[in-house]
Design a protein around this ligand. Structure first.
Ligand code: ZN
Ligand code: ZN
Length: 439
């Protein structure tokens, strides 16, 4: 008989839920608070834990984290139940490693369904390493801030409020420089924020473009600092497959598409095509690498005084692409392994890796050759390369907040299985800021 541990501090509710579970064939253990629950879980290793969120001594999030940190309880499924229906509570519970989240009053049918789904279909559980407290920001610290985290097309709406719907844009403040990575729609709120912060003082910005697919350039015509003649915006990137960078960027602002032409922008805008794979922005050394994505596309590695930041928003690992059934031969697989090894070296020991993790494994099977990665490969890459912090990026526009939280929990479980130092894994979300403190 399968065992369930019910952790519920409400003396009236606990026997009712226990009776319901027993009626459905479960062997039920009960605990009155989180601490007792964790002890019983470690002692009896139940198949499922049904846990209340708000309890004295130890809340449901803590219970989830404690269970996920116990190797023997890796297969245990967790159903969180709570009187609170806030979506942030649900997302935090999923991130902490819960498999399901039900809002009280819990209907008998919903609980039965949740348990059936978890035990029959066997959801993967999320195992997370401890997340250290964020470092305090001191003078001269290097900062990374996410303004757009989505791939393909902007996807605002109630289902994407938590992670955000804007496309690729990341701001880096390092060694006296303002470096912007990509100009997806996230660059619009970044521009407004910079204009507020500098309040009329001249701005000097370097924009690094990975490639010119729409989700990486479409926000630029709405970048307010480009409209101020006091400001300097230097755009760096690589020539595309058909025409130069300046021509491609200018085309999206031509008359049929936009009312202001690129050359009419009042700011001091320069567009510099790079020929070499290494250059500098002030004191920051930048390395570039061509990645596996349709057209010309690069990833960047910024070497700052507080460590390295790697940005690879679009990339499809070679090996999984080439090893699909029926299309693989030994030489192709060897070539794929070599190319993937180069990527491991490019991201080796990075403090921050921001990388394409658009699909889960099942989705990837129907998107082979689309130029994007599956989250399993990204988690594996980050661990093999000794990355310290991994940020899943370029979220699929059809993925809602719940789906991304589940993918994050899955990535953490993969990282936790590896017999190597584990990177901290997060899903990039708009407004999230990371500080790299001086060593
Ligand atoms: Zn993209
Ligand atoms: Zn692309």
């Amino acid at each position: 008989m399968k065992a369930v541990l019910l952790i519920e501090d409400d003396d009236a509710l606990r026997p009712l839920i226990a009776a319901l579970l027993e009626q459905n064939g479960w062997n039920v253990l009960t605990a009155q608070d989180g601490e007792e629950g964790i002890n019983l879980a470690r002692m009896h290793k139940p198949d499922v834990v049904v846990c209340d969120l708000l309890m004295p001594r130890c809340n449901g999030f803590q219970v989830c984290r404690a269970i996920r940190a116990t190797p023997d309880l890796r297969e245990t499924k967790i159903v969180m139940i709570s009187g609170r229906g806030y979506s942030t509570d649900k997302l935090n519970a999923l991130e902490a490693g819960a498999d399901e989240y039900l809002v009280k009053p819990v209907q008998a049918h919903d609980l039965r369904e949740a348990l059936r789904k978890l035990t029959v279909e066997g959801f993967l559980t999320g195992i997370r390493p401890p997340v250290p407290a964020p470092a305090a920001a001191g003078d001269g610290d290097v900062r990374v801030k996410f303004w757009g985290v989505r791939g393909s097309i902007a996807s605002p709406g109630p289902a994407t409020v938590f992670y955000g719907g804007n496309t690729s844009c990341v701001e880096v403040r390092a060694d006296g420089e303002i470096i912007v990575l990509d100009a997806g729609t996230g660059i619009r709120p970044l521009g407004l924020s910079l204009a507020r912060e500098f309040n009329g003082h001249p701005l000097n910005i370097t924009l690094l473009l990975t490639h010119t697919h729409w989700d990486h350039i479409q926000g630029f015509p709405f970048f307010v600092p480009a409209y101020n003649p006091k400001n300097t915006v230097r755009i760096l990137g690589y020539e595309g497959a058909r025409q130069g960078l300046a021509a491609t960027l200018g085309t999206q602002m031509e008359s049929p598409y936009f009312p202001v032409g690129m050359k009419e922008l009042p700011g001091n805008i320069t567009i510099e095509e790079q020929r070499d794979m290494e250059f500098t922005v002030g004191k920051v050394r930048v390395e570039a690498m061509f990645v596996n994505h349709p057209g010309i596309c690069v990833g960047y590695r910024l070497h700052t005084s507080s460590g390295s930041i790697v940005f690879i928003p679009d990339n499809e690992p070679f090996h999984r692409m080439r090893s699909k059934p029926g299309s693989s031969d030994a030489r192709a697989l060897e070539y794929a392994a070599q190319q993937d090894a180069k990527l491991v070296e490019f991201v080796r020991d990075a403090n921050v890796l921001i990388i394409d993790s658009q699909y889960d494994r099942a989705e990837y099977e129907s998107h082979v050759g689309w130029g994007h990665a599956c989250v399993d490969d990204v988690a594996d890459l980050a661990t093999r390369a000794g990355v310290k912090q991994l940020f899943l990026f370029h979220h699929d526009p059809t993925h809602d907040d719940e789906r991304i939280s589940r993918m994050l929990a899955h990535a953490r479980s993969i990282v936790a299985e590896q017999d190597k130092p584990q990177p901290i894994v997060e899903a990039a979300r708009e407004g999230l800021e990371v500080v790299l403190a001086k060593c």
